[in-house]
Design a protein around this ligand. Structure first.
Ligand code: ME8
Length: 588
């Protein structure tokens, strides 16, 4: 039997609800506990799951490069509930086997995708069972649970209860009328059973106050507004258990063997489990930053903060919400057979190529569409041609035979106000000064975009600078300059120095998104691991009158093209739906 800490089981006097907590600062220099949703194991992972994990990974890596606050990134699998119980029964396998297998697929995918998770939680683990039972005992101890007969619509694929207003009628595959969730389109069933109810209605006002006092706690902003609107409607109490005879695959209610804890309460508590609840969570809670899809916003922005307040804990510091990926304009679904296999995408576009595509094209505010040609075009144009081409051109032995980080000459590229005077500014042109100003601004801009959950904008601003640098290189055509002429050599080296400096900044800033490519780029430039942090990042120090530690340094070995151009494909791989097996080629 699992032992719960005594404080979970005691029934403390009912305490007043805690005051709505204040949102923390942007997180710089503070702890952060980033999380992805934990994913259901009724089917293999697809690109939507990968996208959530990549967003969280990029944020985690970015924070790590800013230092110095310690951070964690948790992901994992949600393994209990009716949906999994039914999926296992349909597959003729034990739920535990299904869970172990599919959880392994998620874990492997995230490892392969270079998701830098520090914890991978499975809700079937003993540490989690103990946390959930302790959490339940705390709710009960505060008098916030009661038993009642619950009657209403239940949607098993979404694992949620719905009101009459949240359902509609649509014909099923055989044309028979069928009740479905308005939101997800999944079928619903009428249920009537005795459940434990959580007094969610008591939290309507505290939730409102919390949100009003923390205007940035849910981002992007339109999702914050959605939650506020939900809170203007009725907030009924929430059924938080199911009868054990219907749902065996779950954590039993402590002290009542006839009931199983509702899978969403079970799942949400995972964020506390990874923080060390019930014994050691105070170090990490409430530094929680959840990345979630818009489909599970209500669970994270209403139920979860209310449950936390109910046990006397602060709500999470931040909820980052993203929209969904569609495939060639259609919702991704098993029944349509258009579920895109991320592993096949890695084979086709490389890991960094696909990471780049998802994070560059994914705009959290709106749904984004995946199709193969778009990936190839974007990745070839921005990574292979613009970035890789630039590195290739400025390190080519014909142009830089000594293979060093060349010297910068102030007399060719003068600092400051005299740049309007062409004579005084040496050989630099007005556009060159614009480039310097853009790259100077870039690190702050990128950090600002990351902090505002706009990674796609951070990438857009890097690409704009990469293109500007290509323009600079093209404009001064260093391949036409003669090394034997001292004045030309000075300018040639300066053009190369500026270009390499730009590439160094891009390599450092791209680390959170394309870690392997950034590593290759920075190694080629001979930038040491300890020189790759965002802190103290100075672009072109020689221009600013400071010494440059890289000047004169031997470049790293040439390991070939930075990013190989992708072939135009003849096929794309999809799963065949219900069984989630990977099938062969589909003509485009
Ligand atoms: O809801 N585009 O798990 P789930 C982008 N276990 N992201 C998508 C997506 C798409 N088309 N489809 C899914 C659950 N996602 C619960 C969560 S958390 C305590 C419990 C992503 O397997 C997105 O993050 O259905 C979405 O919220 C999540 O996967 C749902 O995963």
């Amino acid at each position: 039997m699992l032992s719960l800490p005594a404080r979970c089981l005691l029934r403390p006097p009912r305490q007043p609800l805690p005051a709505p907590p204040r949102r923390g600062s942007s997180g710089l220099g503070r702890r952060w506990l980033l999380s992805t949703p934990i994913f259901y194991v009724n089917g293999p992972p697809h690109i939507g799951h990968l996208y959530s994990a990549l967003l969280a990974d990029a944020l985690h890596r970015h924070r790590g490069l800013l230092g110095p606050g310690p951070g964690r990134l948790a992901t994992g699998t949600d393994e209990h509930g009716l949906k999994i119980q039914q999926a296992a029964a349909a597959a003729g396998t034990a739920p535990s086997e299904l869970c172990a297998h599919v959880s392994g697929l998620f874990r492997d995918l995230f490892s392969r995708a270079a998701v830098s998770f520090t914890d991978f939680i499975r809700t079937t683990e003993p540490r989690h069972r103990r946390a959930v039972q302790c959490f339940w005992a705390a709710l009960q101890g505060r008098g916030l649970l009661y038993k009642d007969f619950y009657e209403g619509w239940y949607c098993t694929p979404d694992e949620c209860f719905l009101t009459q207003a949240q359902i509609t009628e649509r014909p099923d595959a055989q044309g028979r009328p069928c009740k479905v969730s308005l939101d997800s389109g999944h079928q619903v069933h009428w249920t009537k059973e005795e459940n434990y109810m959580f007094k969610l209605s008591e939290f309507q006002e505290p939730l409102r106050k919390w949100l009003q006092g923390n205007r940035h706690v849910i981002s992007p902003e339109p999702f914050y507004q959605v939650v506020l609107r939900w809170l203007e409607e009725d907030l009924p109490d929430l059924s938080v258990s199911r009868e054990r005879n219907r749902l065996q695959w779950g954590i039993p209610v402590p002290g009542d063997s006839t009931q199983t804890i509702y899978v969403w309460v079970d799942a949400l508590v995972n964020y506390l489990t990874v923080a060390g609840y019930p014994d050691a969570h105070h170090t990490w809670w409430p530094a929680a930053h959840h990345v979630v899809g818009k489909d599970i916003l209500k669970f994270h922005a209403i139920y979860w903060p209310a449950l936390l307040m109910a046990v006397g804990l602060d709500p999470p510091e931040q909820i980052y919400v993203h929209s969904h990926w569609t495939v060639r304009g259609q919702k991704m679904s098993k029944s349509l057979g258009n579920v895109v296999d991320p592993v096949a995408c890695f084979k086709q576009y490389t890991v960094d190529g696909f990471r780049y595509f998802l994070l560059r094209q994914g705009v959290p505010e709106r749904d984004c569409d995946y199709y193969e040609e778009k990936v190839i075009k974007l990745v070839n144009s921005e990574l292979a041609d613009a970035l890789g081409g630039l590195l290739n051109r400025c390190t080519a032995p014909s142009i830089n035979p000594s293979g060093i980080y060349p010297h910068f000459s102030e007399s060719c590229f003068r600092k400051g106000s005299d740049h309007m005077d062409v004579e005084a500014s040496g050989r630099a042109l007005a556009e060159d000064y614009e480039l310097i100003a853009s790259v100077d601004r870039l690190p702050l801009q990128v950090t600002d975009y990351f902090e505002h959950f706009q990674i796609y904008k951070a990438l857009e601003s890097v690409v704009t600078c990469v293109r500007q640098t290509n323009g600079f290189f093209q404009r001064h055509a260093p391949w036409k300059l003669c090394r034997d002429n001292p004045a030309e050599k000075c300018w040639l080296d300066t053009v190369l120095h500026v270009t390499l400096e730009c590439l160094r900044i891009y390599g450092i800033l791209l680390q959170p998104v394309i870690p392997a490519t950034a590593e290759k780029l920075l190694s080629r430039l001979s930038i040491k691991p300890e020189e790759r942090a965002f802190t103290g990042l100075t672009f072109l120090p020689r221009y600013h009158g400071k010494p440059c530690p890289f000047e004169g340094r031997k470049l790293g070995p040439d390991m070939g093209a930075l990013f190989p151009r992708l072939e135009t494909p003849r096929s794309w791989l999809v799963t065949d739906g219900e069984e989630g097996r990977w099938v062969g080629a589909h003509a485009v």
